[in-house]
Design a protein around this ligand. Structure first.
Ligand code: DI6
Ligand code: FE
Length: 397
């Protein structure tokens, strides 16, 4: 048994005891010292402690570099027109297919390390740049591999329908058929995916096509989530809700019916302000309506090479506050409790409660609002993942 007690101050329930990686007790320092006399005590000098941060939507594993695409967009081309011309996701897919599993993991590590230095202890990683089954499985293996290279929990999503491969340009239904009949059963059998995702958009897949993917995924016992209404109102939030999705992500163009459907289904709205910012979108997600309807709101980095080359969850919180009008409390909940809910792991993580994994972020700031307020500051003192300490300096090496 390995026990440890961290204490953030001298008064009230300010200390946390962990045994074998899980939170065993929360109480005052003197109470916990009495209860666990043999435990190692760590004095946190009154620092702010939050749950370890959870980034619940990333495409952090990929090959290639899309910085030239930014230059094209700065010269006036749109994301959609670049994608339609064979750039965009397809160009990353080509670069991704040239890397093996170890290369896919190692090229992602600098981005992963940047997130760890922001206090992230759980990271969702999607496939979706593989297009063909073997490369999709390779991406998922690389994602799992990252969880062995760094002290963090990885949640994987098979992004089954992300872009129409060139050979199906004349009929994307054939690709959906292949996903449903071959890819999904193989991915389910591999045990490499914790959920299935899709991209419902004019430049990607229709509501009917995603519905077929979700029918099959659900029949195979896999949870679903969806890239919904990012660039246009596809009524994709309602589609996600219909299938009891864990989350519906983006939601810039979601209408009142979509919000109501999410509320009824208990589906989490995952807001991705990095993509909104990078694409210079003007229509923000319907945050007020989501709040009023009681839809839980999470925030994620969407770290990806095309629309959100962002590997800071603290920056995503700032963007969510400034661009979308979330309160600082909503921002903090969005990267902890609600992000855990979006991954279906709230029973295990996302809040500081007895019985949960002892995943903590310890901060050099005076109050929680400071985490949202500043941009680019290095506020993390240290991370605790499954009861073990990981100093910020080590995490960023
Ligand atoms: N939505 C996004 O924002 C990313 N994928 C998706 O489905 C963009 C991915 C890319 O452009 O590479
Ligand atoms: Fe995405």
């Amino acid at each position: 048994m390995r026990a440890g007690v961290g204490t953030a101050g001298a008064q009230g329930p300010d200390s946390i005891a962990a045994i074998d990686g899980r939170i065993a007790a929360i109480g005052s320092a003197s109470e916990l010292r009495g209860r666990y006399p043999d435990a190692e005590f760590i004095d946190l000098d009154g620092r702010l402690v939050t749950p370890g941060l959870i980034d619940c939507h990333t495409h952090i594993v990929h090959g290639g570099d899309r910085s030239a695409e930014m230059e094209r967009r700065l010269a006036g081309e749109s994301y959609e027109s670049i994608a339609r011309g064979g750039g965009g996701i397809l160009s990353t897919a080509a670069a991704t297919s040239r890397l093996d599993e170890a290369e896919l993991a190692s090229t992602a590590l600098p981005r992963v390390d940047a997130l760890l230095a922001d206090g992230v202890t759980t990271l969702e990683i999607k496939s979706g740049y593989g297009l063909e089954l073997d490369v999709e499985l390779r991406m998922l293996r690389a994602a799992r591999h990252i969880g062995t290279l760094r002290p963090l929990s990885v949640s994987t999503s098979y992004l089954a329908a992300h872009v129409v491969p060139p050979e199906f340009a004349g009929g994307s239904d054939g690709y959906i058929e292949r996903i449903c009949s071959h890819y999904l059963p193989a991915v389910a059998g591999s045990g490499l995916a914790d959920a299935v995702d899709a991209y419902c958009e004019r430049i990607a897949f229709s509501v009917d096509q995603v519905a077929r993917v979700f029918e099959r995924a659900r029949a195979l016992g896999l949870a679903v989530k969806l890239h919904a209404d990012q660039l246009s109102n596809m009524h994709a939030a309602a589609l996600a809700a219909h299938y009891g999705a864990l989350s519906a992500d983006h939601l810039e163009f979601t209408d009142a019916a979509g919000v109501a459907a999410l509320a009824r289904a208990g589906t989490v709205a995952v807001l991705l302000p990095g993509a909104f910012y990078f694409l210079r979108q003007s229509q923000a997600p319907p945050v007020r309506a989501l709040r009023q309807a009681g839809v839980p709101m999470a925030i994620a980095s969407d770290c990806n090479p095309g629309t959100s080359p962002l590997s800071s969850l603290l920056a995503a919180m700032n963007l969510a506050a400034v661009e979308f009008g979330l309160s600082t409390a909503e921002c903090l909940a969005g990267v902890t409790r609600e992000a855990a809910r979006a991954l279906g792991v709230l029973a295990d993580r996302g809040t500081i409660e007895v019985g949960k994994s002892c995943d903590l972020a310890i901060w050099n700031v005076a109050q929680p609002a400071a985490l949202v307020y500043s941009l680019g500051s290095r506020s993390l003192h240290e991370r605790v993942w499954q009861g073990q300490r990981w100093p910020a300096a080590a995490a960023s090496r």
